[in-house]
Design a protein around this ligand. Sequence first.
Ligand code: FAD
Length: 325
Amino acid sequence: MDDPATREVVVIGGGIAGLSAAIYLGRAQRDTLVIDSGHSMARWEPTVENYLGFAQGVSGKDLLSEGRKQAERYEVRFAEDEIETIAIEDSVFVLRGKKGNYRAKRLLLATGIFHLPPQIPGVKECLGHSMFFCKDCDGVRVREKRVAICGANNEAVEYALGMLLYTACVVIVTNGEKPHWSEQHARWLQEYEIPVHEERIHDVDHCDRKILSLRFEQGREVKMEYIFTTRGDIFHTELAESLGAKLDEAGQIEVDHCMRTSVPNLYAAGCVTPANCQMIIAAGQGATAAQAINRDLFEESLTTHSLRRFREVQLEEEQTVPEGT
Ligand SMILES: Cc1cc2nc3c(=O)[nH]c(=O)nc-3n(C[C@H](O)[C@H](O)[C@H](O)COP(=O)(O)OP(=O)(O)OC[C@H]3O[C@@H](n4cnc5c(N)ncnc54)[C@H](O)[C@@H]3O)c2cc1C
């Protein structure tokens, strides 16, 4: 259904960055709408252990639902929709979604990314439980365990080397891909004696989402407990690109220290920017973007005298309020 209002702010993406921004914008009394298609990566994490304030951990789903409730307390509105195109008409962003159309003076893109899991049968079922993407998030969980790093490039080698801080049992599996790491990286593999398995993996044996072993195509089976992959990431930047926003070499939206993109009135926050893809960083960026948007709208209200008109109404109404109430 179309939203008839031109919102002061629309946030596309109700994940960690978008919700954090929404809380700040709601508390700043900004007329804010969050449009979300419901695929936050945070849903995949059963126990987030590195988010400040949760000593026993918190599930990603709970962080999202509590974050939404927190934003709703400040009258932020939500729409479940997926935005397909955006145009700028008379300095207003006109958004077309699968279910409706929306208009906004300021737009925040908090659309996130998608980590590609390795194409190995059995892996998807173990996502977030014994199949991980992020050493910083999950390395500490695999201390003294048997860990395979899936990849064939320099990043995979560095991942494997970094993982040695947690466990002595680290192997690289390239799943049939020919290694294309540098000579220096090959030397490191030799120096640190990290085994490399180049065979294709037939499937992953698992039980209750716990990986038990890797079964290679030629019948060999290697006991394993965890897999990390060097992330192949898909950045959700199509909307930013369609508006002419600059991307960096990796395909992430370029932002300044206030989360402004190269397009006026367009902001971006969270994993879709060059941030390290962590929840607490996404939340911080959302808050930074919201503060910048709030400041920009305030300055605009001074130049356009809309604050003065608001004040006139306020003064008029104040005379009608009896003293002492
Ligand atoms: C398995 C797994 C485990 C993880 N564990 C941890 C962890 O333990 N600790 C940690 O710090 N981080 C962890 N992360 C990373 C964490 O999930 C991300 O850092 C965080 O979710 C990023 O927030 P974001 O707002 O940028 O993106 P997201 O939270 O992914 O939110 C993006 C939102 O935008 C919406 N969206 C995208 N395009 C559109 C559109 N066109 N229209 C409408 N809505 C749209 C999506 O549906 C989604 O809801 C993990 C990630 C994965 C995959």
